[in-house]
Design a protein around this ligand. Structure first.
Ligand SMILES: [Zn+2]
Length: 89
């Protein structure tokens, strides 16, 4: 299991995740496109995966010890991003 990062910096257009040995920058659009929530999975299966184009971040909350929940400005707030995924960049 991937331990939590040292810090997470939320910007409108990107998320910066600081690990002991690396800094990973995630554009908001990539995070939105990578959303694993039930709605986005269904859309993906239907061939209508979110592109993430124009996505902006509005908030971030830790989920237990294993993940980060992200809120986007379009109101989408169901995405849970495991540290393992955010580590990979
Ligand atoms: Zn989603």
């Amino acid at each position: 299991m991937t331990a939590a990062p040292e810090a997470v910096e939320l910007g409108r257009g990107r998320l910066t995740v600081r690990w002991p040995d690396a800094v990973v920058e995630w554009p908001a659009s990539r995070l939105r496109a990578a959303c694993r929530c039930g709605d986005c999975r269904s859309l993906r299966l239907a061939g209508r995966a979110p592109t993430g184009e124009g996505a902006e971040l509005a908030g971030a909350e830790p989920v237990g010890q294993y993940a980060l929940q992200l809120v986007f400005r379009d109101g989408h707030d169901r995405g849970i991003y495991p540290w393992e995924l955010l580590r990979a960049g």
